[in-house]
Design a binder for this molecule. Structure first.
Ligand SMILES: [Zn+2]
Ligand SMILES: [Zn+2]
Length: 140
């Protein structure tokens, strides 16, 4: 019984923490009210939920995996400046990926198991902050 409750809390935490939490962010959020919770348990359950399709696991190169309660297929963009992870809703996103997969498999002998789109750049807030900064002398 207790284990079921703990699992629910972990899933609930991913749904309530904004910005696609890492396992550690989920652990930090739950730890104060669940003193016996371990980080390993959080990891194990998050991976289990993603295997069950209840969460999306986002593997970002050279960063800890993030978890997403929004399992509807959508793209993600990471801000190079503040590190925020944004949802990008693209109409017919799955169709694009299917087309891309077909294209690659037609033109190579590679069989694809998974495709993820990596979008990096500057978020709106960071763009604004940058344009407000006094122009720095570039180069020398
Ligand atoms: Zn930013
Ligand atoms: Zn997302």
């Amino acid at each position: 019984m207790r284990h079921t409750k703990q699992k629910e809390r972990i899933l609930q935490a991913v749904r309530t923490i904004p910005d696609h939490p890492t396992a550690e962010m989920v652990y930090d959020a739950l730890k104060p009210t669940n003193p016996r919770l371990s980080l390993a348990t959080v990891y194990r359950n998050l991976n289990l939920f993603s295997a069950q399709g209840k969460l999306l696991k986002l593997d970002i190169p050279s960063e800890p995996a993030r978890f997403d309660a929004n399992v509807h297929p959508h793209a993600h963009a990471v801000c190079d400046s503040c590190g925020m992870l944004f949802d990008i809703e693209i109409e017919r996103y799955e169709d694009y990926l299917t087309d891309l997969k077909k294209h690659i498999e037609t033109h190579s002998d590679f069989r694809i198991s998974d495709i993820t789109m990596q979008i990096r750049g500057l978020c709106g807030a960071c763009c604004q902050a940058e344009s407000k900064e006094p122009a720095k002398a570039s180069g020398s």
